[in-house]
Design a binder for this molecule. Structure first.
Ligand code: GLN
Length: 304
């Protein structure tokens, strides 16, 4: 596969299009980012990698972190996790409250905010130093020790995260939150604030393209079954009420964040990350979606 040529074409064709999108401003700190940033990084399972644009500039990974917290909660809690959070696509926006009441405080899946807050509660219960331990876990998966929380982003979200506070209180009222609302939200806002660039994101998600193991096979973090399940949840729930559209247009398991990042994996082939801050109305990067659609169209490969 001629990835250098394909990535060059993706960059040129996306830059030639006028794709509409709006930067997330409900977290004020995110509004400060340059809307013109655009970068992509792709690493194949044979270790070859290719990139363009702002692929080395860090951004707030936001909801992409939910895959990592879910993965750790699956390891710590096993199948008991699924008693507190389901694995069905929601068909509703990431921060929606309406299903929670109808479904008695059991969130539809771990990748919408309600589900991720339950997962955050599980981690707060299990970890001795939750924020520090989670950060170390992400550093271990990624192989990058310099990954940090962006404390300004975490603070900014804490000051304006009224919907998440509502979700957490609602969960608590159903007995589906064991720790204090404030403690769980503090953890959740920090996990979302992790800053990474496209290259670091790809390195972090490579395990999900590689059967749960690091590329050099020196360590396996997840069993094949866990890897399959994590990819299945990304496929069906990673883009909220646009999960069907992403599957239809791109055809890979992936996850988006309101910082404008999207990461996707093609099991046994590659992991890819793209970043462009302006979002479409469903809260997913407009250019990122289009770039990944071009990638799988030009390679002629998807999981389907
Ligand atoms: N921290 C953000 C929130 O809870 C994450 C949302 C997202 O990236 N879709 O609103």
């Amino acid at each position: 596969m001629n990835y250098p040529q394909i990535l060059k074409e993706v960059q040129e064709e996306i830059n030639a299009q006028q794709l509409e999108g709006k930067i997330a401003t409900y977290i004020p700190e995110l509004a400060k980012v340059n809307p013109d940033c655009f970068g992509m990084h792709l690493t194949c399972v044979d270790g070859q990698h290719f990139a363009f644009g702002d692929s080395k500039e860090r951004f707030s990974i936001q909801s992409i972190s939910k895959v990592l917290s879910m993965a750790l909660a699956m390891q710590l809690e096993g199948n008991n996790l699924w008693k507190r959070v389901d694995v069905e696509p929601s068909g509703t926006p990431f921060n929606s409250l309406i299903q929670l009441e109808n479904e008695n405080g059991i969130p539809r899946n771990p990748l919408i905010n309600a589900g991720a807050i339950v997962v955050a509660d599980v981690l707060v219960s299990h970890l001795d130093h939750p924020k520090e331990d989670f950060l170390n876990y992400v550093r271990q998966l990624s192989g990058h020790q310099m990954i940090h929380f962006d404390l300004k982003v975490a603070q900014s979200e804490a000051e304006t995260g009224f919907r998440n506070a509502a979700l957490a209180n609602f969960l608590k009222s159903y007995g589906n939150l064991q720790n204090d609302v404030d403690t769980v939200l503090d953890f959740y806002f920090h996990q979302c604030s992790i800053a990474m660039n496209c290259h670091e994101l790809v390195d972090t998600f490579m395990v999900f393209a590689n059967g749960g193991c690091l590329l050099d096979q020196s360590e396996c973090f997840f069993t094949l079954s866990q890897t399959k399940r994590i990819n299945a949840i990304m496929q069906t729930c990673g883009f909220y009420d646009e999960a069907g559209e992403f599957t239809f247009r791109v055809g890979l398991p992936g996850k988006s964040g309101v910082g404008g990042g999207i990461v996707a994996v093609h099991p046994q082939q590659y992991a890819v990350a793209v970043w462009s801050p302006p979002l479409n109305p469903k809260g997913n990067s407009a250019k990122g979606m289009a770039a990944l659609e071009l990638l799988t169209t030009k390679t002629g490969l998807s999981i389907f």
